[in-house]
Design a binder for this molecule. Structure first.
Ligand code: NAI
Length: 353
């Protein structure tokens, strides 16, 4: 199965290591180094089989290539998975030892792959990885890093929602617009704050309903929608900030929004779902363009030496990039997802030639 999956992928290399001590698979995908070292986060997860972890690595590393290219960063696309039998407790010796051995693996790749945080990994984990390799972004400030990028991702999505609302409704005033956020985690909760401050009405949904209710109360705005009701709830903007694959042949016919604009990676279940959205007159902000605030934060602070005002300006530019894509899609009669792919591929082709 490993071989079949890898043969259907157009990336550069996959590094597979079986770690007997933790009974874990370490999988690193280097999709492209055309623009620079392959950069992308490390996901720690208990998969049903290592094949599922590899599937994530292949898909997500490609999305990282497109994200860095569309954001105009001198970075390539990569992604890593630590496929563990059970996610070890934060701060536990087992977790630390696994991360130390993983740091050695990243170091052995000589800078071809640069890691960062992803699902179930954060600053403290990267500090441990950073004991063994310098090819890591997003360590804590105490260890010389720029910390979590979730706030920057949320800021980029906020700018992207404004640009999408302007395109769909003619002006970008969020006052009175209803935004449904699916997933009130690190990104979704910060996005909710920004939207509340801009006067939007919020609908919050999370598998953890108590978390959604707690945030609604803390913000003094918004109400809670059951997680299984996100697709058929009335709203202006549906913002997927939980997990991938949520826009599908099953969910798209149910949507009652004008805009889809959120942080989750790989939101479209299949490439045809972009056409399904277009067919329903729903404006889609391509995921890897609108959620690039995090990589802009990491690369901006730790590779380009930008100051906070310069990083914020580059994150705000996401709005302009999206507006350009919406116009290009209209002009060429293609989906907004296809317009984003064209932009990213142009930059990659220019770098290759
Ligand atoms: P997180 O793990 O902090 O939050 C995810 C939240 O979604 C959790 O509260 C979880 O309970 C909830 N959730 C999961 N499945 C759900 C479902 N079916 N319905 C409703 N709620 C559900 O993750 P984080 O960091 O907030 O990221 C959110 C999304 O954005 C992820 O897909 C991530 O890959 C993507 N992303 C995050 C970036 C970052 O800087 N943190 C950067 C780019 C993309």
């Amino acid at each position: 199965m490993f071989e079949q999956l890898i043969r259907g992928w157009d990336g550069e290399q996959v590094v597979v290591r079986y770690d007997r001590l933790a009974n874990a698979w370490m999988l690193v995908g280097v999709h492209s180094t055309a623009l620079g070292p392959a950069m992308g986060g490390t996901r720690m997860k208990a998969y049903r089989s290592p094949d599922e972890g590899l599937h994530d690595v292949l898909l997500l590393s490609e999305a990282m290539t497109m994200k860095q290219a569309a954001a105009g960063l001198d970075l390539g696309g990569g992604k890593a998975v630590l496929a563990v039998p059970r996610v070890p407790e934060p701060g536990s010796p087992a977790r630390r030892e696994l991360l130390v051995r993983y740091g050695d693996l990243v170091e052995s790749m000589g800078g071809t792959y640069v890691t960062a945080a992803d699902m179930n990994t954060g600053e403290a984990d990267l500090d441990v990885v950073g004991e063994r390799t310098s090819h890591v972004l997003g360590r804590s400030a105490a260890c010389g890093g720029s910390g979590s990028s979730a706030g920057a991702t949320a800021l980029g999505v906020f700018h992207g929602i404004r640009a999408s609302v302007r395109q769909a409704f003619g002006d970008d005033d969020l006052g009175g617009r209803t935004v449904l956020i699916q997933g009130i985690g690190a990104v979704g909760s910060r996005l909710a704050e920004l939207l509340r401050d801009a006067g939007a009405q919020l609908l919050l949904a999370d598998l953890d309903e108590a978390r959604a209710a707690g945030l609604a109360a803390a913000l003094g705005a918004g109400s809670v929608t059951a997680a299984h009701h996100v697709f058929d709830a009335d709203c202006d903007v549906f913002s997927p900030c939980a997990t991938g694959g949520v826009l599908s042949a099953e969910s798209i016919p149910l949507l009652r929004c004008r805009v889809v604009a959120g942080a989750a990676n790989n939101q479209l279940a299949t490439p045809w779902d972009a056409q399904r959205l277009q067919g329903r007159g729903i404006l889609y902000a391509p995921d890897y363009v609108i959620n690039a605030g995090g990589v802009i934060h990491l690369a901006g602070y730790e590779r380009l030496g930008l100051d906070p005002a310069q990083v914020d300006t580059r994150i705000a530019d996401i709005a302009e990039t999206l507006t350009g894509l919406f116009e290009e899609a209209e002009r060429l009669g293609i989906t907004t997802a296809a317009a984003a792919d064209r932009l990213a591929r142009e930059r990659l082709d220019a770098a290759k030639s």
